[in-house]
Design a protein around this ligand. Structure first.
Ligand code: NAD
Length: 258
């Protein structure tokens, strides 16, 4: 198989959580452009339907939209059943839904702490576990989980104690799954983006005022764009990365290098 063919995802079946917008939508688009059928999974069904329909129009692949709260085990199991019913199988799982709450540690309520951990870490566990059962039966699959550069450094100056802890957890969770499932045909990797321009950053009243500061801290002098994460996701999804598992890929314009 040529190296070009190894990057093709034709005939593969994928889902992306948090796929209605931002990084998730961009990666869903890339997987579809590489040939995969894609399920857009999100809390927001309307936005998920819009994303599914625009990706289908642009690429011609089969897309579906599935409403799911990744913190609820029943929702997640139902979501996996729906995708298997529609697509027959799942080859690529991109567990990406996430939020942040920016509150000083001394003021953070247990509810705020728990909400971030539930979505960012427990949500990744529940979705990985549910799709893992499907992939174990078929003896193959690639799981990609979205961590963050904040798993490696502490995001600054905004206070994000729960976010940083949740993302460090995503990396270690993913490495654990990679090792448990290594001989069973399932690969598990993480992507750790630096600051990327999405709703989460550009339209957050807490974070938007900090963008200039992040840009001045960044060696490249700017934050990233969602499409700058597409190539690593396509690489991890398909045969090109057959020897890559239990790894984390930092895509941050050298932010964590300083
Ligand atoms: P975003 O807010 O633009 O999109 C997040 C999506 O997740 C939304 O569509 C939202 O509806 C969905 N979502 C939220 N809670 C959910 C739940 N419980 N169940 C299902 N869907 C849910 O955010 P983004 O910037 O695209 O971030 C995507 C991922 O990338 C997150 O995990 C985030 O932590 C991570 N990340 C983002 C940045 C950044 O700078 N934007 C940097 C590093 C990591």
């Amino acid at each position: 198989m040529s190296i070009i063919d190894k990057f093709k995802l034709t005939g593969k079946k994928a889902y992306v959580t948090g796929g209605a917008r931002g990084i998730g939508k961009s990666i869903a688009t890339a997987l579809a452009e590489a040939g995969a059928d894609v399920a857009i999974v999100d809390l927001d069904l309307n936005e998920a339907k819009q994303a599914a329909s625009s990706i289908k129009k642009a690429t011609g692949v089969h897309t579906i939209a599935v409403e799911t709260d990744v913190t609820k085990a029943d929702d997640v199991n139902q979501m996996i059943d729906t995708i298997v019913e529609q697509f027959g199988t799942i080859d690529i799982a991109f567990n990406n839904a996430g939020i942040c709450i920016n509150v000083p540690a001394e003021d953070m309520t247990l509810e705020q702490w728990q909400k971030v951990i539930d979505i960012n870490l427990t949500g990744v566990f529940l979705t990985s576990q549910a799709v893992g059962k499907v992939m174990l039966k078929q003896g193959s699959g690639s799981i990609i989980n979205t961590a963050s550069m904040s798993a490696h450094i502490v995001n600054f100056p905004q206070p994000q104690v729960s976010y940083n802890a949740s993302k460090a957890g995503v990396i270690q969770l993913s490495k654990s799954l990679a090792i448990e499932w290594a001989k069973k045909g399932i690969r598990v990797n993480t992507i750790s983006p630096g600051y990327i321009g999405t709703e989460l950053t550009l339209n957050s009243p807490d974070l938007k005022p900090l963008i200039k500061e992040w840009e001045s801290m960044s060696p490249l002098g700017r934050i990233g764009k969602p499409e700058e994460l597409q190539a690593i996701a396509v690489y991890l999804a398909g045969d090109a990365s057959s020897f890559t598992t239990g790894s984390d890929f930092v895509v941050d314009g050298a932010f964590t290098g300083i």
